[in-house]
Design a protein around this ligand. Structure first.
Ligand code: DC
Length: 225
């Protein structure tokens, strides 16, 4: 880890299964960044709210359970995870069919998004405090809402057949197209390519090639600024 040089913030947005997570993790290793998956934030809250009996069709049902949840960060390697009341739920729990089916509905609720806003922005300070060279944050609204002024903003996409094949390979049941439709059409912080972000079609490339392409873009941008 190095704390010298300019602290970098890299945003990585895109729909479900476009390759955000693998690409972000690979870049984090290569560029000594702390990694944050904000999809996991929405999944973790969805899991906790479902357990508390909240119903996304009745937005008022999330208010009481939400205030009872204390949010913090636990580092697992270079990935910063959202803990709720001191616990990071298991990956299998936040990627279950129940959570896959409900997460976009919860994520469309403005009160839930504003609950996460400051927490997500504060992750830059967590990365600095741990001496990382920067932060890479992936999600749907990172380059548009959370860090709109970040110098390095990327938007990944891929055709639907490629994305469905990737999810199937991970052994997951996920209605990618339905989630994307909901994520794009919601009023608050919809999934969009942020203005000025670099768009990359990941379908024709291997993971290593995508990481290489983006790392080169970041390095060349840094050397010219
Ligand atoms: O990246 P993912 O598929 O794990 O994300 C799960 C859901 O969380 C996604 O369907 C929409 C929501 N999400 C969001 O609304 N905003 C983000 N920044 C990240 C995820």
């Amino acid at each position: 880890m190095s704390s010298s040089g300019n602290f970098k913030i890299i945003t990585m947005d895109g729909g479900a299964a476009v390759g955000k997570s693998s690409t972000s993790r690979g870049l984090a290793e290569r560029l000594d960044l702390m990694h944050v998956d904000t999809g996991a934030h929405y999944r973790t809250l969805t899991y906790a709210l479902l357990a508390a009996g909240a119903d996304p069709e009745h937005p008022e049902s999330i208010s009481d359970p939400l205030v009872a949840l204390s949010l913090d960060t636990l580092l697992e390697g270079r990935s910063a995870k959202l803990s709720i009341n001191g616990i990071v739920p298991a990956d299998a729990d936040i990627r279950s069919p129940e959570v896959n089916g409900a997460v976009s509905k919860f994520a469309a609720l403005p009160s839930l998004r504003s609950h996460l806003f400051e927490y997500q922005r504060s992750q830059a300070d967590v990365a600095r405090a741990h001496g990382y060279a920067g932060l890479i944050m992936e999600g749907r609204d990172i380059g548009s809402i959370i860090f709109p002024y970040a110098e390095h903003r990327f938007f990944l996409h891929a055709d639907e057949a490629t994305r469905a094949a990737r999810r199937a390979k991970e052994g997951q049941t996920d209605s990618i197209a339905a989630r994307d439709r909901m994520d794009k059409s919601r009023k608050t912080a919809p999934l969009v390519c942020p203005e000025g972000a670099t768009q990359i079609d990941t379908a024709p490339f291997t993971l290593e090639e995508v990481i290489e392409q983006i790392a080169e873009l970041i390095e060349s941008h840094e050397s010219h600024s």
